[in-house]
Design a protein around this ligand. Structure first.
Ligand SMILES: Cc1cc2nc3c(=O)[nH]c(=O)nc-3n(C[C@H](O)[C@H](O)[C@H](O)COP(=O)(O)OP(=O)(O)OC[C@H]3O[C@@H](n4cnc5c(N)ncnc54)[C@H](O)[C@@H]3O)c2cc1C
Length: 325
């Protein structure tokens, strides 16, 4: 194998957690195959981000600092990644399966007329090629898959499928001279609006307090925020709560939401449907609060409290605050 690339998502030089996961995975596969683990970082802050992902074992970084890549939506990044792949011919390109990662990987693959392995949870090597594991049918079965006859394999990896691990070493940064043409500059970002400033995104939180239909309405979510704030964590939700309009979609955990892997996941008034379970089952510790002792969530929770969340959650918050003093 030649080079194994980790596509890095970053904001003003700060790599996102998913990028540290991709760098860790690239390093692991490079160690197994004798290939070079490299990062590709596009947009303002690329060089600063390269130094930071270097701490996770990539020894090479292709950095494109150009501000225009931060000003336009997705297409220039995808087109530049495609041009770079054509030029450098890496063996593997690992992209986080985030909203923008999925977009970039799919557009890149389409431009290069390559197949793609999407939304995988594990990547191994077999005979010098990648072999992946991907959940299917809502996590009820696992598919093992590989691409055939492709010089470069593009793979999108679910967030939290890999634990970021620091590794000693030096990263050599190469400035990218390749560029894209005006045809890539299609949609420009005119304004950025943060939905909730100062809040931790659920995919990066160590503690998640998640609410379902049992929470009963948008006002009651405040109770969950109080507990999450006391723990220094974030608030998640089931699709039922999101569909009801009680909380915004970025909080949704599950098959059609996000995959999370916090240290503690507290599910409040969530039944534990398979589509919810696939998004949180790898949490280190799962705590379920549900008034129905037969709720499926108790079958896979580490700790279960059978009772009314409206009584239990405020008491839990009080107790956490008391112990923090
Ligand atoms: C293709 C597809 C994709 C899907 N994707 C997702 C997804 O990404 N994420 C997701 O979550 N779902 C997803 N779903 C929906 C999923 O099947 C369930 O319908 C959903 O997870 C149920 O949400 P819930 O547990 O909040 O609600 P319910 O199943 O209605 O459960 C509510 C729970 O609250 C308990 N409760 C009620 N009041 C209280 C109280 N006062 N105190 C304590 N407990 C109480 C009840 O006992 C019950 O167990 C998907 C479904 C499909 C078909």
């Amino acid at each position: 194998m030649s080079e194994i690339w980790a596509y890095i998502e970053q904001d003003k030089g700060e790599p996102k957690k998913i990028s540290l996961e991709m760098a860790t995975l690239a390093k692991r596969l490079a160690d197994q195959s004798g290939a070079t683990a490299a990062a590709v970082i596009i947009g303002p802050g690329a060089r600063a981000a390269a130094e930071k992902v270097g701490a996770y074992g990539v020894t090479k970084a292709y950095a494109k600092e150009d501000a225009k890549y931060g000003e336009y939506v997705i297409t220039p990044q995808a087109h530049l990644l495609a041009n770079l792949i054509r030029e450098k011919k890496p063996s593997l390109v690992l992209v986080g399966s985030t909203a923008s990662g999925r977009d970039i990987a799919a557009r890149t693959a389409a431009r290069l007329k390559l197949g793609i392995l999407a939304n995988v949870v594990d990547v191994g090597l077999e005979g010098g090629k990648a072999r992946v594991v991907a959940p299917a049918f809502g996590g009820n079965i696992e598919v093992s898959a590989a691409l055939v006859n492709q010089e470069t394999e593009i793979i999108t990896v679910r967030p939290n499928a890999v634990m970021p691990v620091k590794a000693a070493g030096q990263v050599q940064i190469e400035d990218v001279s390749t560029d894209v043409g005006a045809e890539s500059l299609l949609a420009k970002i005119t304004e950025r609006v943060s939905q909730e400033t100062g809040k931790i995104p659920i995919e990066e939180a160590q503690f998640i307090v998640s609410g379902g239909r049992g929470v009963g309405g948008p006002e009651s979510f405040q109770m969950l925020y109080d507990l999450a704030n006391a723990l220094g964590g974030a608030v998640g939700a089931s699709r039922a709560a999101v569909d009801a309009g009680w909380i915004a979609y970025p909080h949704q955990v599950g098959q059609t939401g996000k995959t999370v892997k916090p240290v503690v996941y507290i599910a409040c008034g969530i039944s534990g449907a398979i589509q919810h379970k696939v998004g949180m089952q790898t949490s280190d510790v799962i705590v379920a609060i549900n008034k129905n002792a037969d709720a499926p969530i108790f079958q896979f929770a580490d700790f279960g409290v059978v009772g009314d969340l409206f009584q239990i959650v405020p008491k839990l918050t009080e107790e956490v605050k008391k112990r923090k003093k």
